[in-house]
Design a protein around this ligand. Sequence first.
Ligand SMILES: Nc1ncnc2c1ncn2[C@@H]1O[C@H](COP(=O)(O)OP(=O)(O)O)[C@@H](O)[C@H]1O
Ligand SMILES: [Mg+2]
Length: 314
Amino acid sequence: MANSEKVLHNAKVISFINMKGGVGKTTLTKEIGFRLTNSLGKKVLLIDVDPQINLTQSIFKYFNYAQSAEIAQKLKKQYANTDINSENEDVNFKNTKVSTASIKKVFEGNSSFPANLDDCVLTFPDSNLSIIPGELGIEFTTRNLNSAQLENGIYNFIDTQNLRSLFDYILIDCPPTYSSYTVAALKPSDFYVVPVKPEAYSILGINMLNKVVKTIVDDNHIFFKEQPLHNLGIILTDINSKPSTGIKNLIQDITSSKTLKNSGIGIFKTRFLHNPYLQSDIGYFIDASNAEKTSKPNLNQLVKEFQERVKKYE
Ligand SMILES: Nc1ncnc2c1ncn2[C@@H]1O[C@H](COP(=O)(O)OP(=O)(O)O)[C@@H](O)[C@H]1O
Ligand SMILES: [Mg+2]
């Protein structure tokens, strides 16, 4: 982390959460985080708490990393099957770096014996981006740990390693199902963002999430008394620039929902537009693409609103 000693940062910790899968949590975490570092020069730490590790896979693909020599070897085989140019495939493999940093080690530490920073956090060369990579099937590999250790894991790690002073933003990609990992993500969080893909039961899902968050806050009121958890708002995701009447009606239902208004949850003005490349290439990043016409200005606007909403609480 070159030059980081001189500047003292004061990171905001933000969880991307929804109890539903496939709504854009991972995509927004990676796209917002990447733009903040790549174009806006912010120092960002991404934390992958989802046992599906999609965030880690995207980021590793972009920066050409693998979690083990075995995975690097598998990637080599994949390249061999898809690349016509065999020279290229060797170059790709040779350049693949192996990192064993993992969220598992965060959970295995505690406040008396915190995990080592470099065992958990990977910082990419020539970049302001760092990640605590996820661990595939972490629910099995950490099953010997009690729930309190899991639930306090990320909070203790951020605290003991003073991570807030190293970064501007710490973004956490949450799993879709409720577990100790959800509590672990929300405990250190200043904010949570709710990605919502307009569907028939979106509002029910948001209401269920609100109940879950309220329960977590009530159960841990001492944590949240000192450092309240705010809802940063709902981000409507994967929206066509010309949405169908059906989708327009669903969006209208969400934006006019009385239950949402009563619970004080705002909705981002900027909607995250549909971009087919996000589905076909896990190594695709809007900010590094040439999508100048729609996706790039859309993401720029979304990140601007994201930063403005965070600033309101400063
Ligand atoms: N704006 C978008 N345009 C096109 N596809 C999207 C968009 N946002 C998300 N997706 C796709 O939808 C799927 C689910 O998104 P993901 O971020 O993995 O959801 P979650 O993390 O909530 O499960 C992925 O295939 C992703 O590529
Ligand atoms: Mg996900």
